[in-house]
Design a protein. Structure first.
Length: 64
């Protein structure tokens, strides 16, 4: 439990989680859309998910 609280105190993890959740919303909007011609949601969702995962993986240099 303490490890998860420590991760939520890191700003990079919180920012990465925000962008990953936002990408899931965009990808779901693309998949459940009637018109699949709008690919902006697809490309933006993929880019935001990659950015979000990279931000969650980045570790801080604090050795506390």
């Amino acid at each position: 439990m303490f490890v998860m609280i420590k991760r939520f105190n890191e700003l990079s993890f919180v920012i990465g989680l925000f962008f990953f959740i936002l990408s899931l919303i965009l990808l779901a909007g693309y998949l459940f859309s009637i018109q699949l011609a709008d690919t902006l949601n697809l490309y933006t969702g993929i880019a935001l998910s990659v950015f979000g995962v990279l931000m969650m993986i980045v570790k801080s240099n604090d050795d506390k």
